[in-house]
Design a protein around this ligand. Structure first.
Ligand code: ZN
Length: 281
């Protein structure tokens, strides 16, 4: 069983915008081809022709048994009156987490403006995913997306689970330390490549991840995510398959940790996935 905790349905090449339905069809196809059972779609911090709103993505996924939403929130545009709608989506089980984009927007994760967002996360027991590390656009500001800044938010909000996205790439060690030190901080593997891994980069990344686990980061704190369609699901599955880690840890990374964090019943015993999908919603 596989849960991809980090996908998007944004159009990253805005010349010809594809419809949301078409993006969703592509996602479902990629999931089927790669035996991904559940995907979380992270909505953007901005809404444009190529970046659908949380409301639109919730609408299209509400009847899907295997696709769920992580609600992107814009730091710049945030006001507390946006929270009741998000709370409602969480209570329906449509939204499973919140996502903030430090670096893409100029703020640190410990910014006081984020407090009501963290309080909602604590109240509804959903994790807050934080963009971390390199930005897809050169307009991003890296000082805000350094993984070390997650530490302060994690300490001040011990009731909130945080996910440092992209292993904090390229600040793997800083990410590793923040995850190691704080029991409420996790990290996802998404977005380490544009497209497919090259052999050399893949072995470099494998080394980083092994080092992290040797250093003392529990395999319980690492989540499988791809950043599809920016990264290919296929090369990610291969990457995980070829990691030299115990099978029980691979299962944790591939689905058990995400099942726990995002509240999916995880059971890979006989009939597990059927039972899982029946139980959802
Ligand atoms: Zn992403």
């Amino acid at each position: 069983m596989i849960i991809d905790c980090h996908t998007h349905v944004n159009n990253y090449h805005n010349e010809n915008v594809e419809s949301l339905q078409r993006c969703m069809d592509d996602l479902l196809l990629a999931m089927r081809r790669n035996r991904v059972d559940i995907a979380l779609v992270l909505t953007s911090y901005k809404v444009t022709a190529g970046r659908p709103s949380t409301r639109d993505v919730v609408k299209i996924t509400a009847e899907m048994p295997n696709v769920f939403v992580v609600a992107g929130i814009s730091y710049n545009a945030f006001t507390v009156d946006q929270l009741p709608e998000i709370r409602d989506y969480i209570q329906h089980g449509w939204v499973r987490g919140l996502k903030l984009y430090p670096g893409y927007e100029p703020f640190y994760p410990n910014d006081p403006k984020c407090e009501p967002i963290y309080r909602l996360a604590a109240e509804t027991n959903v994790p807050v995913m934080l963009h971390s590390g390199d930005t897809f656009t050169p307009k991003g500001k890296l000082k805000y997306s350094h993984p070390l800044h997650v530490d302060e938010a994690a300490v001040d909000f011990p009731d909130v689970n945080f996910v440092i996205c992209h292993l904090g790439s390229p600040w793997f060690r800083d990410c590793m330390e923040v995850v190691y030190k704080n029991k409420n901080v996790y990290t996802d593997l998404s977005g380490l490549v544009l497209g497919d891994f090259t052999d050399r980069f893949e072995s470099y990344m494998r080394k980083q991840l092994q080092e992290m686990l040797v250093y003392g980061v529990e395999p319980d704190k690492v989540l499988f995510g791809t950043d599809w369609p920016i990264s290919s699901m296929e090369s990610y599955i291969e990457f995980i398959d070829e990691l030299s880690i115990p099978e029980k840890d691979r299962k944790k990374i591939l689905y058990q940790n995400s099942a726990q964090l995002f509240h999916f019943p995880a059971n890979d015993d006989q009939g597990g996935i059927g039972a899982l999908l029946q139980k959802l919603r």
